[in-house]
Design a protein around this ligand. Structure first.
Ligand code: SIN
Length: 483
């Protein structure tokens, strides 16, 4: 380990949020802890659609804010204003860090996605935006001497001093050796909860670490029941590799594709925004449909070149452009998480969270498409600034708050099956009560899953992605009402 004049900031997770924090802290020393190499793991490299920013002619951050709030229902207005108002700076920073966004002539090219009133989704490599950003940031991390990266690390606990301040982590390496890493502050940027679900679009190892770690030191959690399901995951059995389904990007609907059922009927014809309705609404329509599929015939003939990654994935599964694309819903994003302020500070001093594991209320109950990469950069940079401005703390004599053990494979399978039945796009109280009984273990994952179920049971009414199934109000009625 190198000698440092300041205690380092310990950053857990090396996706867009963690790397934005680490890079923005330079030259302040950072220890970046990750499972896989920076940019290689987590959800960032899988992000297909892009990053939203109101930069085009006639667009304005206020329009972006209105769309974000309309989709989210109960967003924190200050968080939304900060997100959309900082988007231009975030894009400029990403470009300066080496991200080459796709251009149409001299201007940045912008696509459309669900819930957006105008085209404002910037992309790179067509539908490989997350991978392009992850790659550029990882290169910058490798070239930044103040960032020391430790790969192959798992977090086993947080370190807390006598004043109740979080000052470090207990980590374990791939050989099972423990490492105590203390510093000035800890930033959790370790992704969401998709790995607790059978069907998901993200990696299986994201199982609510921040919720578990935050709870171990009494940090406040927020908006846990708000779990987003993507309406167009590829519904071909062979695409399900350890639960991860291929995402058919919403940008394809932005380019004209429409959802149909087995009888050829349009699923979203009754909604004012049709196939570009907010994601929670489209997801419920897909759940209710008989063998839903995506029809790309309204798209321009050039769509396969504009979406090369999606086209390659489809071809891997024997689907040529123009063929019906069978789709289903899959867990995609967690709006809830560790409660933070707009500078990433959790309710316990010294602890911060950024990205999908954090919740400052910016997404409300249903995230607007392509606001998640933006969130990682915007709030990552604010978090770094706030930590850098705080006085360096001397590490006292911390104690370790160990996390519960991980679930074994059998227990994890039980938890995934339980959440699949109870915490999907439509929920009912009986199912949740039964889930509560099934989630009886003491593993980290059981405890996180129970917290999700308890939070859902506490919500009296449907809002956004949390939707109580009712016999009377069918999806058609909801669509007609533009719900
Ligand atoms: C997509 O490409 O459909 C997903 C984009 C997002 O989750 O924001």
């Amino acid at each position: 380990m190198t000698r440092r004049s300041h205690p380092p900031v310990v950053v857990v997770g090396a996706g867009i949020a963690g790397m934005s924090v680490a890079l923005s802290l330079a030259p302040h020393p950072v220890i970046l802890l990750c499972g896989e190499a920076p940019g290689a793991g987590g959800a960032t490299p899988l992000a297909a659609g892009g990053i939203a920013a109101a930069l085009g002619p006639g667009d304005d951050p206020r329009h972006h804010a209105e769309d974000t709030m309309r989709a989210g229902h109960c967003n924190d207005a200050d968080a939304v204003a900060t997100l959309v108002g900082s988007a231009a700076d975030a894009i400029a920073w990403l470009e300066a860090t080496g991200v080459a966004f796709d251009r149409a002539g001299d201007a940045l090219d912008a696509g459309l996605e669900g819930g957006h009133g105008r085209p404002r989704i910037l992309h790179a490599g067509g539908d490989a935006t997350g991978a392009a950003i992850a790659c550029a940031l990882a290169r910058a991390v490798a070239a930044t001497p103040s960032i020391e990266t430790w790969t192959g690390m798992d977090i086993h606990g947080l370190r807390i001093d006598a004043t109740g301040r979080v000052v470090g982590v207990l980590a374990g390496d791939r050989d099972g050796h423990p490492h105590i890493i203390d510093g000035q502050a800890v930033v959790l940027a370790c992704g969401g909860i998709g790995g607790l679900f059978e069907d998901r679009t993200g990696p299986g190892d994201l199982q609510g670490l921040a919720i578990s770690a935050g709870s171990s030191v009494g940090a406040r959690l927020r908006d846990l029941p708000f779990i987003q399901f993507h309406p167009t995951a590829l519904a071909v059995p062979s695409t399900r590799t350890q639960g991860r389904r291929t995402l058919i990007t919403e940008a394809l609907r932005g380019a004209g594709a429409v959802l149909r059922d087995a009888h050829g009927r349009r699923l979203m014809a009754g909604h004012p925004l049709a196939d570009l309705a907010p994601r929670d609404v489209v997801a419920r329509a897909v759940v209710a449909a008989d063998r839903p599929w995506l029809d790309t015939s309204p798209c321009s003939k050039a769509w396969p070149e504009l979406f090369p990654a999606t086209t390659a994935s489809l071809r891997r599964h024997g689907l040529e452009p123009g063929m019906p694309i069978p789709v289903c819903t899959a867990q995609h994003f967690h709006m809830g998480g560790l409660a933070t302020d707009l500078a990433g500070a959790a309710s316990v001093p010294g602890l911060h969270a950024v990205g999908e594991c954090a919740c400052n209320g910016v997404h409300g109950a249903n995230r607007l498409a392509s606001n998640s990469l933006l969130e990682g950069v915007v709030f990552g940079r604010f978090t770094a600034r706030a930590i850098a401005a705080a006085p360096a703390r001397r590490v006292g004599t911390p104690a370790t708050r160990a996390l519960p053990a991980n679930a074994d494979p059998q227990a994890l399978a039980r938890i995934r099956a339980t959440l699949a039945r109870s915490m999907g796009p439509q929920r009912d109280r009986d199912m949740l009560a039964r889930a509560r009984l099934a989630l009886r273990g003491n593993s980290r994952q059981d405890i996180v899953a129970r917290a999700l179920v308890d939070a859902a049971l506490a919500l009296p009414a449907s809002v956004g992605a949390h939707h109580w199934r009712t016999a009377a109000a069918g999806v058609d009625q909801q669509l007609a009402a533009g719900a």
